[in-house]
Design a protein around this ligand. Sequence first.
Ligand code: PMP
Length: 296
Amino acid sequence: MSAFDQRDGVIWFNGELIPWTDARVHLLTHALHYGSAVFEGMRAYDGEIFKLTEHNQRLLESAEMLDFTIPYSVAELDKAAREVMSANHLADAYIRPLAWRGSEQMGVSAQKTTINVAVAAWNWGAYFDPAARARGLKLTFAKYRRPDPMTAPVHSKAAGLYMICTIEKHRAEREGYADAMMLDWRGQVAECTGANIFFVKDGIIYTPTADCFLDGITRRTVIGLAKQRGWQVIEKPIMPEEMSDFTECFVTGTAAEVMPVGSIGDYAFEVGDITRTLMDDYAALVRPARSVAAAG
Ligand code: PMP
């Protein structure tokens, strides 16, 4: 695959579909220097973008948390994502909306910058090695922690919040792990570098309260799926030592989907029935047409 700036296709750029290779920004773009950018990541299955409106709503909210207003409505952004899908002839894809401060002003103050918005989409297969579906991902502990809400706009999907995620993901990969599990500023279990985390003990599902990290759309979807099965889901602070009592562990995210975890450092988990059922339920939910066809 060629580099991401050299592909064929079109990108929605400030309201227009333009050739992929023309979707450029100048070196003196505020977002590049000061992290004034927010983004989304969605997946389309069989031509349908899963939770499209929820993602675009979150994009608008993420921007407000960074003190800027996106000059498009959710409905306009939904339409843009659909246009990008069809113009690029995509059916199964990852869609990346991005909003960022432009180049009219340089410095910490950015009151006069325009707000730019683009939507790109491409084929993106499994986020984690599919072999881990059977044996579970091998995770390590991250050194950096999710920041205190008094320190950063933690509920925004802001580009700047990924700085520590990339550092930790690289360290994990160098040491032979699939990803790193991050604690929060208090030392409680938080999430992975691009996915939320769940545990199982005695048939009950536990997940950390999303009070200082992204409350993922997949996280909320999977909580709903578990409740539909009549399973109890408890959101609570989880200390790392509690992991020795948990028997199953899985992560959730738009890119990651639902993936079992085999180990986090020295803590080992089995790929159990609850994890497997939720993987299947999620796979069926994102491709409703196929599940209907299979049932009928
Ligand atoms: N946490 C982080 C840090 C993420 O990057 C993601 C992926 N967007 C998630 C959690 C999961 O969010 P979602 O389910 O909305 O994709």
